[in-house]
Design a protein around this ligand. Sequence first.
Ligand SMILES: C[S@@+](CC[C@H](N)C(=O)[O-])C[C@H]1O[C@@H](n2cnc3c(N)ncnc32)[C@H](O)[C@@H]1O
Length: 292
Amino acid sequence: MTKVNSSENINFKLPEMSDGQFQLFSELIYSLCGINLLPKKKMMLVSRLYRRLRALNIIDFNDYYNFLLTSDGRRDEIINMIDAVSTNKTQFFREPEHFAYLTAKVLPEFIERGYANKNKTLNVWSAGCSTGEEPYSIAISLSEFCQKNKLECGFKITGTDISTRVLETASRAVYREDVLTPVPKELLKKYFHKSDGMDKDEYTIVPELKKHVSIRRVNLMDSDFKLGALMDIIFCRNVIIYFDKQTQINLFHKFYSTLNRAGFLFIGNSESLHNISNEFTFLAPTVYKKEE
Ligand SMILES: C[S@@+](CC[C@H](N)C(=O)[O-])C[C@H]1O[C@@H](n2cnc3c(N)ncnc32)[C@H](O)[C@@H]1O
């Protein structure tokens, strides 16, 4: 493998990626995590993988690709490559109409079905949860709903992602002040602690909320998600945009099997199940339900 020593790093140039190499990387990435990189994404791929080349002191993409196929590469580097190529943009209460729908329509239905009982757990899955803003926003919404309606509810939110880097942030549950702008002031006060350490502009999710959220790695390409229970609600928002049609078809079929009867599915505002799945009932744009 061609390596450079650290003093040469200073003059490290962005390496070339041929169309053939792009094809090899995109096939590998597609087979590992379903992310479908179109040719127009080549420059994005070059700049993201360049960070990995630098970290490993490898100077060209051929050597990096061959390293990924070795047993050391498969064990240590594939995860880093997936971390580098995944797009993790997220936000607290992103697409707020979903949280309004959850509180106005979905949760009252579960209460009618006997879920206002701390011995019965409402299972919610945030699939592709990135750095955790989505599962914690769901947890806040559920907690607020139960308190406002004076209900004793048991709920568990499972946040999963393929990228270990974002999962570390989600598990840590510490967020900078600027990331928290979409959180209403009264909820910030109630569900976050201001850090008393060095980073004064950091806030941690309070333990009473955090205990409802568990974070783990799940690759949505796996045939068995190993979640341990059927879900009542699945949020999978702004994830399938990176998958091709066949991958989306397979994924929604698996989501259908992962949901309890009469369970709900939320997808991202720019996404649709049109021509992808006819198993779910359409309730509102981007909100679906499994049959009763
Ligand atoms: C743009 S973020 C969306 C985050 C959040 N759901 C939201 O809407 O704000 C997409 C996430 O999907 C994850 N992802 C992509 N492919 C995946 C796969 N095969 N399995 C699990 N997660 C995946 C990425 O790592 C990324 O964190």
